[in-house]
Write a protein that binds this ligand. Structure first.
Ligand code: CUA
Length: 353
C-alpha cells in the first residue's frame, strides 16, 4: 500500500537515494581503517602494494566506464510515453571493443603479477644476507638465529634463540624458514611483506626486508585454535650498530635463564602455573595483568608488592610456600609445591639478576 502511493519514477529515485546512503554510511567505516595495503616499509611490501594500486585504479576506471555506459543507455533508450524502447541487434565495433580491451587488460595484469610474484617468492637469490628459522606452535613463534659466531653463546655450542620478538638488521634481505610444531600457522607482518603458511612436516619459506629501524606488528594468519588471535609477531628492525648491541643483550639474557645449574628450577617455572602469569624474559611472557614481571627479580628491592624484602632465599621460600598466608588477598594462589620444588625454583629465581 505504502509503495503504491508513489509513482514508478519516485520509487526508482527513492531506491537510488537509499542505496547511495547505505553505500556512504558503510564506506565511512571501511575507509576509516582503509581497505588498502598497510603503509609498506620494505621492498616486498612495496611491490605488493604497487600491484594492489595498479589493479585498484584499473578496476575503478572499468567500473566508471561500464556503469556509466549502463546508466546512460538505460536513460537514453528507455521506453516512455510516446517512445518505444530502442532495439539493437549486433554492433560489431562495440562488441569487438569490449572483448579486445578486457582481454588485453587481463593478459597484461597476469604478466605484471607473474613478474611481481617472481620477486616476492625469490627466497633463494644471492643477496639473501641472513637466514632465520621460525617455528609456529600453539600459540607463539620461536626463532632460531643463524649458526654464526656472533650468535653463539658462551658455552660454545648453543646459538641464540628467541620467541615472539623477531630481530633483524635493516636493509638486509632475510630468509625466514618456516615450520610448525602442531597445526598450520601463518607468518605475516603486513607492512614488511606477504604471508606464508607454516605447515607441520613441510618446509616453507618467505623473505622479509625492512627499510628503516622500527617495530612492526605481525599476526598469525591461519586459524590455529583458542589462542590464534593472540599469536602475535613483533618484528624489530635495527640499524647495524644497534643490531650488534641487541645480539649481546639477547645472549646475556638467554645465558641468564639457561644456566645448566638451575635447569630444574627453570623447567618447573616453565611447566608450572608460573609461566602462564609471569613474564620472565626471554623464557616466558605471562598473560595475567597483575602478575609482576620477574625478568630481573633478583635485582629488585622486594617481592610481593613490597611485603617481602630483600629478595633472598628465605623470603622467596616463604612466599612460594604459601603466598596468601604472607599477603592475604593476593591473586597468587598456594600452588602446594613440595620442599624440593620450592628449593629449585628459588635457586633459579636468585640467578635472575
Ligand atoms: Cu597460529 Cu593462528
Amino acid at each position: 500500500m505504502f509503495v503504491a502511493m508513489f509513482s514508478v519514477r519516485m520509487r526508482v529515485a527513492l531506491g537510488v537515494i537509499t542505496a547511495l546512503l547505505i553505500a556512504l554510511v558503510s564506506s565511512t567505516y571501511a575507509l576509516a581503517d582503509g581497505p588498502w595495503p598497510n603503509d609498506p616499509q620494505g621492498p616486498q611490501a612495496r611491490s605488493i602494494a604497487d600491484l594492489y594500486w595498479i589493479m585498484f585504479v584499473a578496476a575503478v576506471i572499468v567500473l566508471a566506464i561500464v556503469d556509466g555506459g549502463l546508466i546512460y543507455a538505460g536513460i537514453k533508450f528507455r521506453e516512455r510515453p510516446g517512445h518505444v524502447a530502442k532495439q539493437f541487434h549486433g554492433q560489431n565495433f562495440l562488441e569487438l571493443t569490449w572483448t579486445v580491451i578486457p582481454t588485453l587488460m587481463v593478459v597484461s595484469f597476469s604478466i605484471l603479477s607473474w613478474q611481481k610474484l617472481d620477486f616476492i617468492n625469490n627466497t633463494r637469490s644471492s643477496d639473501v644476507g641472513m637466514v632465520i628459522q621460525a617455528e609456529g606452535s600453539q600459540w607463539t613463534w620461536s626463532f632460531t638465529y643463524p649458526h654464526e659466531d656472533r650468535f653463539r653463546l658462551k658455552d660454545g655450542k648453543t646459538y641464540l634463540t628467541g620467541s615472539e620478538e623477531l630481530h633483524i638488521p635493516v636493509n638486509t634481505k632475510v630468509r625466514i624458514e618456516l615450520s610448525a610444531k602442531d597445526v598450520i600457522h601463518s607468518f605475516w607482518v603486513p607492512s614488511i611483506g606477504g604471508k606464508k603458511d607454516a605447515v607441520p612436516g613441510r618446509a616453507t619459506e618467505l623473505w622479509i626486508q625492512a627499510d628503516k629501524p622500527g617495530t612492526y606488528k605481525g599476526q598469525c594468519f591461519e586459524f590455529c585454535g583458542d589462542g590464534h588471535a593472540d599469536m602475535l609477531i613483533t618484528l624489530i628492525a635495527h640499524a647495524p650498530n644497534d643490531y650488534a648491541k641487541w645480539i649481546d643483550t639477547a645472549k646475556a639474557d638467554l645465558e641468564r635463564v639457561s644456566s645448566p645449574e638451575t635447569a630444574a628450577g627453570r623447567e618447573l617455572f616453565r611447566s608450572l602455573a608460573c609461566a602462564g602469569c609471569h613474564t620472565l624474559k626471554p623464557l616466558t611472557s605471562g598473560k595475567f595483568p597483575g602478575a609482576p614481571e620477574l625478568t630481573h627479580v633478583a635485582s629488585k628491592p622486594s617481592i610481593a608488592g613490597g611485603v617481602l624484602s630483600p629478595v633472598n632465599e628465605a623470603n622467596l621460600t616463604r612466599w612460594l610456600s604459601n603466598p596468601p598466608a604472607v599477603k592475604p588477598g593476593t591473586q597468587m594462589p598456594n600452588l602446594n609445591l613440595s620442599q624440593e620444588q620450592i628449593h629449585d625454583l628459588v635457586q633459579f629465581l636468585l640467578t635472575q639478576k
